[in-house]
Design a protein around this ligand. Structure first.
Ligand SMILES: NC(=O)c1ccc[n+]([C@@H]2O[C@H](COP(=O)([O-])OP(=O)(O)OC[C@H]3O[C@@H](n4cnc5c(N)ncnc54)[C@H](O)[C@@H]3O)[C@@H](O)[C@H]2O)c1
Length: 430
C-alpha cells in the first residue's frame, strides 16, 4: 500500500447542492468550525484481533487515509457560479456555516461542462464546452484534469460525479460491452448511446483517477468501462448515493427478512424541491432513478428463497417535485407486512431528512476510500463501497447478484479495509 503523500485532488462533476455542502463541510472541519458527522472515515472504528488481543482502530489507523488538509477541490458545472455563490443558492447551509470559508469557496470556479441538453432538458446554463463530438469532450476533460494537477501541484486525483441525473441510457451490447466499441462510438459521436457522464469517466480513468458515480446513471456500470478500469488499473464505484429513503429501506428490510415476516407491499413516496428534484420531475430522468431505487428490496427479500413470504409483493417508488421544501426532503414509507397465519400489519415511516446533509459525508468517504483502493492496487468495481450506494455495481453479465443488505455491506466494507491493512477478515458485526 502506497502512503497518502502529497495533495489529493477532488474533482467534482457538478457544483450544486451536494458538492458545495460536501466541500464547505470539509473546509469548515479543517478550520475546526464544524464536525464531519456521518462520515465513516472520520468516526467509525474497526475491530482487529480477537479475545484479549482485540482492539478498535479508526479507519486511518488501519489503512493510510489522506488528511483533510491535503484535499484540493475543483469542479465542472453547466452554470458559471463559483462554489460560494452556488452554496448560497442551494440554501442547504446557513450563511454562518459558509462565510468563514467564503474566500476559499470563491476560488472554486467551475470549468466548462461536457454537457448535452438532451440528457437533462431542465438545465439551461451556458458554461458548456464547445465540442463537436463525444471524443472531443473526452480530450477536453483530460486536458482539464492535467491542467488542474499541474497548476495546483496535485499528486493524485479522484473524480466524483455529483451532477444531475441523466436520462436513462439502456445498456446496448453493441456499444457498451467492449472498450473498442465504446471508443468507436465516442469517435463516431453516437449521442444516443454515449452520455456526457461516460466522457468524464473515460477521461478520469485514462488520466489515472478513480471515478465515482453518485447518481444512478449507467456511465461506469457497463462492461466496456470495467475493461477500461482494468486496463488503466483504476477503481470505479457506483451507482447513486444511498442517503435517505433507500438507506432506511436497506436497513429496515433486514428486520422483516431476519424475523421471517411476510411482505405484501412497500410504497415509498417523497417530496423535494431542489434542482435535483426539478431534473427528476422529467419522466426520462426519473426512470433512471426509479430503476436504481427499485433494485434495493429485490435482493434483500428474495421471492425465490422464501416463496411463502415474498412472492408478488408490490413495490412502488415515487418522487414528487415540490419547490417549497427545497433540499429538505420528506419521505413516507408504508409497509404492508404479514405475520403468523398470514395476519396483516402495517409499518409507517416518515423521514424528514436533508438530502445534501446526508450525501456530503458519503462524498467524503467515497473519495477517500477510492484513493485508498487505488494506492492499494485495487482496480475495477469496488464492491466494498456498496455500503454507500443505492444500486451497487455488480457483474450482471455473469448473473452476479448485488448486495443491498446494509449490514452485509458494512461487513464487506470493514473486511476490505482489514485486508488492505494486513489484518484478517471477519464475519462479526461489531
Ligand atoms: N442528495 C442526495 O441525497 C442524493 C442521493 C443520491 C443521489 N444524488 C444525486 O446527486 C446528484 C447531485 O444532486 P444535487 O442535489 O447536488 O443536484 P443539483 O442540481 O443541486 O446539482 C447538480 C449540478 O450538476 C450540474 N450538471 C448537470 N449536468 C452536468 C454535466 N454534464 N457536467 C457538469 N455539471 C453538470 C448542474 O448544473 C447542477 O448544478 C444528483 O444526480 C442526485 O440525483 C443525491
Amino acid at each position: 500500500m502506497k502512503p497518502a503523500e502529497g495533495k489529493l485532488g477532488v474533482m467534482c462533476v457538478g457544483l450544486g447542492a451536494v458538492a458545495t455542502t460536501f466541500i464547505t463541510g470539509v473546509m469548515m472541519t479543517r478550520k475546526g468550525l464544524a464536525k464531519p458527522v456521518g462520515s465513516m472515515t472520520q468516526y467509525d472504528k474497526i475491530r482487529v484481533g480477537r479475545g484479549k488481543d482485540k482492539k478498535y482502530l479508526k479507519y486511518g489507523e488501519v489503512v493510510p487515509i489522506a488528511d483533510l488538509n491535503d484535499l484540493e477541490f475543483a469542479a465542472w458545472d453547466v452554470y458559471p457560479a463559483n462554489a460560494y455563490e452556488s452554496a448560497i443558492h442551494a440554501e442547504v447551509l446557513k450563511e454562518k456555516d459558509i462565510e468563514p470559508v467564503a474566500d476559499e469557496l470563491k476560488k472554486i470556479v467551475p470549468m466548462k461542462a461536457a454537457f448535452d441538453k438532451n440528457y437533462a432538458a431542465r438545465l439551461d446554463g451556458n458554461n458548456v464546452k464547445d465540442c463537436k463530438t463525444r471524443w472531443e469532450m473526452v480530450e477536453a476533460l483530460r486536458e482539464d484534469i492535467r491542467r488542474f494537477k499541474a497548476e495546483r501541484g496535485v499528486d493524485r486525483v479522484v473524480v466524483l460525479w455529483a451532477a444531475s441525473t441523466e436520462v436513462y441510457v439502456p445498456v446496448n451490447e453493441a456499444v457498451h460491452y467492449k472498450l473498442s466499441d465504446l471508443e468507436a462510438a465516442m469517435k463516431a459521436d453516437d449521442r444516443a448511446n454515449i452520455a456526457p457522464s461516460m466522457c468524464y469517466a473515460y477521461a478520469a480513468l485514462t488520466e489515472g483517477a478513480p471515478f465515482i458515480m453518485g447518481a444512478p446513471n449507467t456511465t461506469v456500470d457497463i462492461p466496456a468501462m470495467w475493461e477500461l478500469a482494468e486496463k488503466t488499473k483504476m477503481p470505479i464505484a457506483g451507482k447513486d448515493f444511498k442517503t435517505g429513503q433507500t438507506l432506511v429501506k436497506s436497513g429496515f428490510a433486514p428486520i422483516i427478512g431476519t424475523r421471517c415476516l411476510g411482505l405484501s407491499g412497500w410504497f415509498s413516496t417523497n417530496i423535494l424541491g431542489n434542482r435535483d428534484g426539478l431534473v427528476l420531475d422529467e419522466p426520462a430522468n426519473f426512470r433512471t432513478k426509479e430503476v436504481s431505487k427499485l433494485s434495493t428490496l429485490e435482493s434483500i427479500l428474495v421471492p425465490e428463497n422464501q416463496p411463502d413470504l415474498y412472492t408478488d409483493y408490490y413495490h412502488k417508488v415515487r418522487i414528487n417535485y415540490y419547490p417549497p421544501r427545497n433540499d429538505n426532503k420528506e419521505g413516507w414509507d408504508n409497509i404492508d407486512i404479514f405475520g403468523w397465519m398470514g395476519y396483516p400489519m402495517q409499518i409507517k415511516i416518515n423521514f424528514l431528512c436533508r438530502d445534501s446533509i446526508l450525501a456530503a459525508p458519503l462524498c467524503l468517504d467515497l473519495v477517500l476510500l477510492s484513493d485508498v483502493a487505488a494506492r492499494a492496487g485495487r482496480y475495477g468495481i469496488q464492491r466494498f463501497l456498496s455500503f454507500f450506494l443505492k444500486s451497487p455495481m455488480h457483474d450482471y453479465t455473469e448473473g452476479e447478484v448485488p448486495v443491498n443488505h446494509l449490514f452485509q455491506q458494512y461487513v464487506m466494507l470493514k473486511n476490505a479495509l482489514r485486508e488492505m491493512g494486513g489484518y484478517e477478515a471477519d464475519e462479526e458485526i461489531d
